[in-house]
Write a protein that binds this ligand. Structure first.
Ligand code: FES
Length: 283
């Protein structure tokens, strides 16, 4: 006797119904915000990443409705939008908590205690990777290296850093998040919810008093880049090649925006280390 696919609980992968539309008032508000984002780019499709953050700020994850909204606004197909939304891990694909607690379990953090922290939080919260506590407050996740290895093991909450954690400090952290006790990241701006964070990532100002100052603002190179992007002339900032000191006769040709732009020693400029064919014998 054979059983049908539905009896076996097997999905036939039938096409889904069209995504439901946003209510008119929500759509009008998102469309105004979306047009503001698109206007920042010479090519509208470049606005897709911030637009995905915008719809994530509305619903807490990127829904099919959100993808359809982005596609319509940017004149893309929903397949094109879905390809991007499913590629980047910063976009959530299912509802989750107010606080995304990411434990770095990349190599350095893992050996410094990240694996132990993750196991401890799984047990303490009663959830696994990518799962959310019953109160809807915390989603626990493994995360990859966040370039904060010097502070390993690192936990991130809504992309704010909590450095040098231990299993005990991480358990306290999630308890405070769940009870609403004040929580201060090790550095950076004060905590806000995942939806609020998503709106900031969409490119809207963080209007909380002192938040921008607390995050340290943009560095000099970013500000120079912003001016250049706006077509302004940025003042040259003199940075000398790494490892060298300022010459006495500073000339415009030795000015560089960063030490990475500055010419590094090469075989041509460094006679002490000439390059050239090396014989098999090393001569
Ligand atoms: S390995 Fe954890 S921040 Fe780099």
């Amino acid at each position: 006797m054979t059983t049908s696919s539905s009896e076996q609980g097997v999905s036939l992968g039938m096409p889904q119904l069209p995504a439901p539309a946003y209510p008119d008032d929500v759509r009008a508000r998102l469309e105004a915000d979306g047009r503001e984002i698109i206007a920042r780019y010479p090519d509208s499709r470049s606005a897709l990443l911030p637009l995905l953050h915008l719809v994530q700020a509305e619903e807490g994850h990127v829904t099919r409705t959100g993808q359809q909204f982005c596609a319509t606004l940017l004149d893309l197909t929903t397949a094109e939008v879905a390809a991007v939304a499913t590629f980047y891990s910063m976009y959530r694909r299912r509802p989750s908590g107010d606080y995304q607690v990411g434990v770095c379990t990349n190599t350095l953090c893992a050996v410094m205690g990240g694996d132990a922290i993750f196991e401890s939080l799984q047990e303490h919260l009663g959830v696994g990777n990518g799962e959310t506590t019953d109160d809807g407050k915390v989603t626990l996740e493994h995360i990859e290296c966040n370039a904060a290895c010097d502070f390993a093991p690192v936990v991130m909450v809504n992309w704010e850093f909590f450095d040098n954690q231990t299993p005990a400090s991480a358990r306290r952290l999630v308890d405070d998040l769940r009870t609403g006790a004040p929580v201060e990241p090790t550095r950076g701006a004060p905590m806000c919810t995942f939806k609020e964070t998503a709106r900031i990532l969409a490119g809207f100002p963080d209007e909380r008093p002192g938040a921008v100052e607390a995050s340290g603002g943009a560095g000099p190179a970013s500000l120079v880049g912003l001016r250049l992007a706006k077509g302004e002339t940025a003042p040259a900032r003199v940075v000398h090649p790494r490892g060298s000191s300022a010459p006495q006769d500073q000339s415009p040709t030795t000015e560089h925006l960063s030490s990475h732009d500055a010419p590094q020693d090469t075989s041509a400029s460094d006679p002490a280390h000439p390059a050239g064919p090396v014989a098999e014998e090393g001569e």
